[in-house]
Design a protein around this ligand. Structure first.
Ligand code: GDP
Length: 323
């Protein structure tokens, strides 16, 4: 590992950096974070380029000539979306990553960073999960389609590094939240879904608000601005085949999370558990020793991050409703 830490950092100043997926939660945070790096940020709207189109991606990249690529584009969703749209999750993500990574190799891109996900690890992996746990056991079935695509992306980076010496790296954050998240109740992840439900329960004066499953699964949540900061750090200081875990080192149960969200939102009623809905993985905590050795750690507490996300939600709800 020590060998993979760059002693003279890879400088981003003056580079043309393409953030693929710039309008999503991760991509938009990456663009915000890159603003202070004195680089040229490249983006392309979804309406102009479908990243699943191999020829289109190759032609666009050939024309724009990025030096660096951050693959933050993906079809993503929560436990319900993942288990009901398996074809979208596996096909879209495989297509996006193969198109971008192969074109980056062909065009001699200097550095590429691929975003994995904590769900790449086996369901029964020992906790906290070390990077070596990858491919040591069966996946969590509710999101295996997405996980298989993400594992393939990591393997693509390793393969091009091994065969061609390409400086392609990967990282997997734990469960993300923050501005530009998807607050749709069916498609979104737990934090935006619970935030919307608590908010609506507060407005309607409901006695309780409902969460899915037993409330006992544990999750580690990372604010997307912390992730963006970590991504810039590893672009500068890391070059190696191991996909890096990015987390906070702290976990909460879903019931604790639901209570904290209620508190942040100002909803004073009770929690109701809909146990007909799946729990998913019982626990998902990442071992972040490698990132600490590289000199990075998260700095946004869950409570502060939730409060900031709720403010963003309120601003955008009022925009959506037209006042
Ligand atoms: P996961 O980490 O891949 O399971 O993704 P999610 O963020 O969708 O779910 C995390 C946990 O929160 C699971 O145990 C869900 O059952 C639980 N959960 C509780 N209420 C909700 C909800 O309203 N929406 C979602 N997506 N998950 C919920």
């Amino acid at each position: 590992m020590a060998d993979d830490k760059l002693t003279s950092p890879y400088g981003l100043a003056g580079k043309r950096i393409w953030v693929a997926g710039h309008s999503g939660m991760v991509g938009s945070a990456t663009v915000r974070r890159l603003a202070s790096e004195n680089c040229e940020i490249l983006t392309v709207p979804h309406a102009k380029l479908d990243l699943r189109d191999q020829a289109g991606v190759g032609a666009w990249m050939k024309h724009e000539k990025p030096d660096v690529v951050v693959v933050a584009a993906a079809t993503v969703g929560g436990i319900h979306a993942n288990s009901t749209r398996p074809a979208d999750f596996i096909y879209d993500n495989l297509a996006i990553e193969t198109n971008i990574i192969h074109a980056a190799f062909q065009l001699g891109v200097e550095k590429l960073l691929f975003m994995g996900s904590a769900c790449i690890y086996p369901r029964e992996a020992e906790q906290p999960m070390v990077e070596e746990a990858l491919l040591t056991g069966p996946l969590e079935p509710t999101n295996e389609w997405y996980a298989i695509a993400k594992i393939a992306g990591i393997k693509l980076c390793q393969a091009y590094r091994k065969q061609h010496g390409s400086d392609f790296i990967s990282a997997q954050p734990n469960n993300l939240y923050g501005p530009n998240d998807n607050f749709d109740l069916q498609g979104g992840h737990v934090i935006p879904a619970l935030m919307r439900k608590a908010h609506e329960a507060k407005l309607s004066g409901a006695p309780a608000y409902e969460l899915w499953g037993s409330g006992t699964p544990k999750r580690e949540f990372l604010h997307v601005d912390d992730l963006a900061d970590a991504l810039i750090h590893i672009l500068k200081y890391y070059s190696g085949p191991v996909p890096l875990n990015i987390g906070t080192g702290e976990e909460v149960t879903i019931a604790e999370l639901a209570r904290t969200i209620a508190d942040v939102v100002g909803f004073t009623g009770n929690l109701k558990f809909d146990t007909s809905k799946p729990d998913g993985s019982p626990r998902k905590l990442l071992d972040d020793t490698r990132m600490k050795k590289l000199g990075w750690r998260a700095s946004i507490s869950l409570r502060d991050g939730l409060a900031e996300t709720y403010r963003w939600f309120l601003d955008h709800e009022s925009e959506r409703r037209g006042h």
